[in-house]
Each structure stands twice: as structure tokens, then as C-alpha cells.
Write a protein that binds this ligand. Structure first.
Ligand SMILES: [Fe+2]
Length: 309
């Protein structure tokens, strides 16, 4: 019996339609313990409490509420399609945060004027159209197949593709900062692998200048957990514009909007089964620059952040 079993059971629920249905039918911790045991996950109410209140989760929602007097257990479950932690909440994350800081570059070889000229308000607004809405499919397919004519010679910048109005830093390898940037990426990977005791792989190194967006997508060809380190150059919550990560809850089809704040690590799970696709999009219409560095990671990250150290 252990809180590890609680975490493992929690993870198993993500992967089983049957368990997702069953969890919706229970209202009490006693039932949860019983359901766990039926599936060979053995834990006590104390284990649930420990898993919920481990030191790195102080400000997070519990995995499984234990003090419910009503049906909240079942209703709360559907909220857990993402996890977020501020860097400062994670003990021992300081060195990772320092290396990450050095990755927030603006390569001199990016043609910012050209980039800015190709902002399209109507495309940005597509982040407000739900993938579950009748109008979505046609607009989505049109955008997927649409490239802007940037009137430049040679290979077109990545942002000529309409759904991708941002800068992919890893495309720019011919500027003076690149070598240092690359070494920092390698160091950061090592620090992350040591910290989480599992393998990491970069999945995307993205600079979102003011007025940028990544329109709806699922990443379904690469299923598994993603971790994103997100930050800004400066951040004024009261500034005009908005910065958010938005996803559609695959079960309820509700849109969930996570308003961005500086120095956050975010986790979500990419699925490839049609009924579980994790539709998501990002927009930054503030005057700040946003950076996000994504990684593929195994579910072992949970052992580090969801259990007490
Ligand atoms: Fe994505």
C-alpha cells in the first residue's frame, strides 16, 4: 500500500474508458479504495491524502478529493487533463530555471517585420471556435492547406503556413547565438533527466512574439505526455491583449482556457485515439514575448511532482 499506488491508479484511469465511466459513478473515498483494489491498486485513505498534499502540490487541486460529502469526486475527475506548476513551487528546480532563462533568445536572422506583416486577425480568432462546433471542420481543413505568399526568395519561413504564426527557434541555426543556445539545450536536457529520473526529448522550441498564435491541433502522431516550460520577457497582467493555452476537454467538449503567467511548467497528455484527441491552441496578443519549450516525457514525471519528496 502506498501513495504511489494512488498515482498509478490515477494514471490508469486516463487509459481506460471503463475506469473513466466507473469513476463517475462513485462519490466517496471508500468507493475509490474499493475500485482501486478491484483493479489491483492497493491504497488507503491516508495514501490518498498523502498523494493529494505532497509538498509540490500545495496549491494544486487534489488528485482525488477525500472530504467530499457529495458527488464532487466524480465531477472533479474530468478537470485533470492538465497540470501546472510555477517554477517557484518546485523544490530543486532553480538550476533548470536558470538554464531555461538562457534559451529565451530572439535570433537576429528572424525577419520580424515580415513576420508582423503576416499577422491575420481572422486566423487568430479561430482560437475561439470550438473543435466540437459545426463550423470547425471546414475552417480547420482550409487553414491546414493554406500558405501565405510572403514574396521572399528561397525557402519560405515557417510562419508562411497559416496555422503557425510564431517562430520555431530551432529553424534558425545561422545566427551568432545559436551555438550557445544549442549547448544550453543539451545541458537543460541533462538537468531535466536527472531531476525527473527519466528520459526527455525536446519536442519544440517556440518563440511567440507579440501577436502570435498556434491554431488548433492535436499532435496525435506523437502520443504521450508533454511538458512545456513557459515564460515571458516581461509580464503585465493588466496589459491589453491576452496570452493563453486553450484546450478542449475530450470528454465534455468544454473549452478550457489557461491564462498564461510567467515561469510555469505545464503537462498534458497527447492521445491518438479519435475519441480522446487533445485539441489545443495557443495565442499571445499581448505586447510581451512568450517562449515555450516542449518535451516528450514518460509518465514518470508524476512520481517526482505528484509525490512528496
Ligand atoms: Fe501542440
Amino acid at each position: 500500500m502506498s501513495k504511489e499506488a494512488v498515482i498509478n491508479f490515477y494514471e490508469a484511469i486516463f487509459n481506460s474508458e471503463e475506469l473513466k465511466q466507473e469513476i463517475k459513478a462513485i462519490t466517496r473515498p471508500e468507493e475509490l479504495i474499493k475500485l482501486g483494489a478491484r483493479n489491483s491498486y492497493y491504497f488507503t485513505i491516508e495514501d490518498i491524502t498523502q498523494a493529494n498534499t505532497s509538498s509540490t502540490r500545495k496549491n494544486s487541486k487534489p488528485l482525488f478529493p477525500t472530504n467530499s460529502s457529495d458527488a464532487d469526486v466524480s465531477n472533479n475527475f474530468t478537470q485533470f487533463y492538465h497540470y501546472e506548476f510555477e517554477f517557484s513551487e518546485i523544490p530543486g528546480f532553480e538550476e533548470i530555471a536558470q538554464e531555461f532563462e538562457k534559451l529565451k533568445i530572439k535570433p537576429s536572422t528572424v525577419h520580424l517585420n515580415l513576420y508582423e506583416q503576416n499577422f491575420r486577425e481572422e486566423d487568430c480568432k479561430f482560437t475561439y471556435v470550438s473543435p466540437a462546433s459545426p463550423a470547425f471542420k471546414q475552417m480547420y481543413e482550409e487553414l491546414q492547406n493554406s500558405y501565405l505568399d510572403l514574396d521572399v526568395p528561397g525557402p519560405q519561413p515557417e510562419y508562411a503556413w497559416r496555422p503557425f504564426h510564431l517562430i520555431n527557434l530551432d529553424v534558425y541555426v545561422e545566427h551568432p547565438l545559436y551555438e550557445d543556445y544549442f549547448r544550453t539545450k543539451v545541458r537543460l536536457l541533462k538537468l531535466l533527466e536527472d531531476f525527473f529520473a527519466t528520459e526527455f526529448r525536446f519536442s519544440g522550441s517556440l518563440w511567440y512574439p507579440p501577436n502570435s498564435y498556434r491554431l488548433w491541433h492535436t499532435n496525435e502522431t506523437q502520443p504521450g505526455w508533454r511538458m512545456y516550460l513557459v515564460d515571458f520577457d516581461y509580464f503585465e497582467p493588466k496589459d491589453e491583449g491576452e496570452a493563453f493555452f486553450r484546450y478542449m476537454n475530450p470528454s465534455t467538449k468544454e473549452l478550457v482556457t489557461l491564462e498564461e503567467k510567467p515561469k510555469v511548467v505545464r503537462f498534458f497528455k497527447i492521445e491518438n485515439e479519435p475519441s480522446k484527441l487533445f485539441w489545443h491552441c495557443i495565442a499571445n496578443t499581448t505586447k510581451s514575448n512568450r517562449w515555450s519549450f516542449g518535451f516528450q516525457v514518460s509518465n514518470k514525471w508524476m512520481e517526482k511532482l505528484l509525490q512528496s519528496s
